[in-house]
Design a protein around this ligand. Sequence first.
Ligand code: TEU
Length: 559
Amino acid sequence: MRTQWYKNAVVYQVYPFSFMDSNNDGWGDIEGIISKLDYIKELGVTAIWFSPLYQSPDYDYGYDISDYKAIDVKFGTMEDFDRLLEECHKRDLKVIMDMVINHTSIEHPWFRKALESPDSPYRDYYIIRKGRREGDQLLPPSNWESSFTGSAWERIGNTDEYYLHLFCPEQADLNWDNPKVRDEIVDILNFWLDKGVDGFRFDVFNMFSKVYPIKDDHSKKSFQKGAPYYVDGPHIHEYLNELYNRSLSLYDTYTVGESFHPSDEDAYAYVKEENHELDTIFNFAHLDADNIAGKKFFWKPFDLKQFKKGLFGPQKTYYRDGWNTLVLENHDNIRSVSRFSIDTGKYRYEAATMLATVTFMGFGIPFIYMGEEIGMTACKFRSIDEMKDPVSHFVYDLLCKYHIPKQLAFRFIRYGARDHARVPMQWNGSVNGGFNRGHEPWQCMNPDYKEINAEKDLNSKKSVYRFYQKLLKIKKTNETAIYGETEEYAHDHRQVIAYTRIYQGKTLLVMGNFSRYKASFRMPDGYEYAEVLLNNYDSLKFSEGKAELKPYQAVVLQK
Ligand code: TEU
């Protein structure tokens, strides 16, 4: 049944809120997406991952689902979705749905019914516990923290009970230990697979299984309080395997799990083919190379060695018996050209194409986030009020609570905010960047849309999009680029990232200069006369076995 079509796939992520607003109401929609499918196809991708399109009250912009089998009205109808699916398949584009099943919206009927009566069978769909009494004070059942700041427990009205939410208070965690919950999930997956979708991206899947009974986390090393009790939990491998057997393996699917700081050992187990859990997971470790301890609002100078370690680690580990993914951006991260200490002013094109080359030529499936292919930059937000993501506000409020001056707090938020990726797509230089016909978009535009937009990029001699086309063509068709084993070079080099991919006697050498200064790199033997497959400059200079790379130059050689 399963053809493993994903092995030479290239995935494009659409964040529906901000892609294309066809009816000019300020929200992106399905009709808008359909109108841009040719643009996506022409780029050279083979699949699209849609961030949630389901019914949602949008406390976390679609990641809080209130009906898993309905399309949200702001995006369109189920008929519109069916047409989207058909139009994608007509163009040979696979469709990957986002599945947010660690938690549901508190507006989901299951949660509503759970709260209606203490005897409701739906209570056991969630994680509801009595608080702890200390004197006259009622405290949460444990000291676990939410990923979005504060306690992970929310008190239920005036009762002495709390429910668990590892994200927003409006996102209640499901109790995966209840077999009925797993039945419901299987039913939802099969509903979409029966419609013909081709795979899923599982949101924070490695938080599904919790350690019971609930207890305090006293460890000093936890990424956040409670993490050892809800990350890579005791039954997670079993539950994934169950989804595989009861649903995924019955169709020609592909899955990618979004993991939350997994241990190396568990990460490998999730993707190991013989385990029948997931096909791939996302690895984000390299994206922490310019923040402190994985906390994205806290700046540190870019550490290229850390980036390399994060990027190459999974390529090495999963090579023999698993598969990998390659990511620079998504809806949770700031634009890649605007980070890693990059000089965007002068070298936006060079940096955008270098980043894509050194990342996507590795072992794994490239995931491209809408707008990345035209080198969209971080948004020049002027105040916290322009930001819609609840996380930006939670963290801002927290910083202010600790007496950080407001301006400084805002600067922290602006450094790492997810809002940067969520401003509307910039299609052209007309009103609202062509996202719609002038209605105020739900999230403000990046004021640079007149300078940076798809139309302008495509007409430019230095087009990021056209470079991506060349790169993706190699990535999809060159067997070495698909199957080759990665070997890293220049690990200690402070400017250059370099590696080979080797497969059946053929070799690719990929090298990129990660800085605004010239850099020289001693290549492994025999590349001076190799064929240049890709170069983001017109020429490449060699001297005595060394490649002399210009600022942000990236090259792929084949031998
Ligand atoms: O994200 C999980 C997650 O933990 C982070 O990427 C998170 O966005 C970051 O730590 C905040 O700074 C997934 C989704 O991708 C995200 O959009 C959702 O908000 C989250 O799950 C909850 O569903």
